[in-house]
Every structure is written in C-alpha cells, then in structure tokens.
Design a protein around this ligand. Structure first.
Ligand code: MG
Length: 301
C-alpha cells in the first residue's frame, strides 16, 4: 500500500510517493511526544500509560530512557538543546539539564497546581509555551485522577526573563498540540475537545504573536477529519504536519490539505529529524514510524 496520498499536486514536491513508511519500534501502549536530538542521532518519545520514555538511536535501536517518567507527554528542546518535558503526574513542565538533573519550569499558575501539561514548544527568545488540558487528571490511565485546581484548560507562556507563568489563551475546550510558524509570527494551537464530547472541537487555530507574547486572532486554521490534531510540527515552508486518525495530514499555510502520510495506526504526534531534518518521525499508538520527506522541519517547532 502506498503510504502517500496526494490531495494537491504541490504535495509531490514535499513527499516522495515511493518513500517507504518504516516501522522503527513496536511495543508502546500510546506513543506521544517525539523529539529529535540531531547531535546524538537520537529520538526520544513518551509511552504515556507505561509511565516511561523511550530512546531510539539511529543504527543502535531502542531502549528505555526514563522510567518512571511521571507519565510524560509532549517533549521539545530549548535554545541550549536541553530536553523540556510535560509531565501529567508531576503536573508540571520540567527541563532536563545537561548533567541529567531536573529543573521544574512551571507547576503552578496563580498559586494553583496545573492540570496536566500536554505539549510544549520553546520560542527563539527562550519563552516556553505549553498547553494544560485536564486529560492527565481525568483518570489513572495517563496520570492520576485528581481535581482541577484551576478549573480551566488554559495555554501558558513562561517568561524567559523571570520564569513567570502567564495564561495566553482561555477559550479552548482541550488545548493540545502547538507549534510556531518558521518566522514565529504565528502560533498554531490544537483543540481536541471532540475526544470527550460529541460535537467538540477537532481543529487547529492560528494566532498572531505580538509583543511580550500577546496573542491575537485565533481563527480556525483547519478542521481535522478523521481524528484529532493531537500534535503537529511546521516545516521550513510553513506547512503544518499534523496527527490525524488515518495518519499524518499536511496543510499549507492557508489551511488547505496538500496530502497525507497514511499510517496503519492512530497517530498522536510527529517530529522532524534525521539527516538534514528531512525525516518525519511518527508516534502512532503502539509504534514509532519514520518516512523520508523532501522538506525539512522548521528550526523551532
Ligand atoms: Mg498532545
């Protein structure tokens, strides 16, 4: 079966119809949060219900990177290449220092505990942006059943100068994946409210990023069908590669579907990496897949 489905001729420049979808690992319960370390030719990702993070190294294979992982979810790297992780159980965003010690970047907002940070991205100015839906406190499957202290599912920005945590969006049902456009003028944020509610959101919204992290706009960029935009990344040309129910969908900056990478499992998230940043790593339920593309990931996604 071809793994590429072309919806717009422009997609043929981004993806090669003959590129195989390679399965790199099988054995997770729910793969999420992939992040690539080009300096180590390594991909880290979360296996949320198994309370662990895995490490795939090119040419070597896969082993456990961290266990327990506090039911980690989304991961990214900061400007210094350090791992930044969303933890459901810890109800926090943490940073793994170069010496392996862990620093808490955020665990409270206005004195109240966060819900369960889901996905995170670091802007080039050092600010850390993350979503905080309540998935990790709704049950014990992906965290620990607990009350929400904040009572809302917000999106936050951590100020790089003083570590202050500010809410930047308060009108999401379940804010989830997020990524900047290559020039960082736009921030895309998914709402996956449909996962818990018939008629709930299954779309990505786009915001204009202003001074001091102020967001404006927020119109719907695209609706995802089938499935949800749990996690996504931008390529250097500003196209958005997002998880969906039937694989990975690629949308141009205007929100038009260019094509799909069909995957035989529900996809949760993706990350660019590999040689030249042109491999798309796909965290899909029980497996990690990869496919070679002709476009590279944006520097900061
Ligand atoms: Mg997510």
């Amino acid at each position: 079966m071809a793994s590429i489905e072309v919806h717009d001729e422009r997609f043929r420049i981004l993806a090669d119809e003959n590129a195989p979808l390679r399965k790199l690992f099988g054995g997770t319960v729910w793969a999420e949060g992939p992040v690539y370390f080009s300096d180590a030719r390594m991909l880290l990702w979360s296996d949320i219900p198994n309370n662990r993070m895995l490490r795939w190294v090119d040419g070597l294979g896969t082993d456990e990177f961290r266990r327990p992982s506090n039911f980690s979810n989304g991961n990214t790297r900061d400007r210094e290449g350090r791992l930044v992780t969303c933890e459901h159980l810890g109800r926090r965003v943490s940073r793994t220092e170069h010496d392996g010690t862990i620093t808490v970047l955020a665990d409270r907002y206005q004195g109240k505990r966060l819900n369960s940070p889901n996905d995170v991205v670091v802007k080039s100015d050092g600010s850390v942006w993350f979503t905080d839906p309540d998935y990790g406190i709704m049950s014990n499957f992906e965290g620990k059943k607990s009350e929400s202290e904040i009572g809302k599912n917000l999106v936050y920005r951590i100020d790089p100068s003083n570590g202050r945590v500010d809410a930047v969006c308060d009108d999401f049902d379940k804010p989830n994946g997020l990524a900047f456009s290559p020039d960082e003028k736009l921030l895309y944020i998914a709402d996956t409210g449909h996962s818990e509610r018939e008629g709930g959101a299954h779309h990505i919204r786009v915001f204009t990023v202003g001074e001091g992290g102020h967001l404006s706009g927020g119109t719907v960029f695209t609706e995802i069908k089938p499935g949800l935009a749990d996690g996504f990344r931008a390529d250097v040309e500003g196209n958005i590669w997002t998880s969906a129910g039937d694989g990975v969908h690629c949308y141009d900056p205007a929100g038009r579907l260019l094509g799909k990478v069909l995957v035989p499992e529900v996809v949760a998230n993706v990350a660019f990496g590999g040689e030249g940043g042109r491999t798309l790593f796909i965290a899909a339920s029980t497996s990690l897949y990869a496919i070679a593309l002709s476009v590279r990931g944006a520097a900061r996604t």
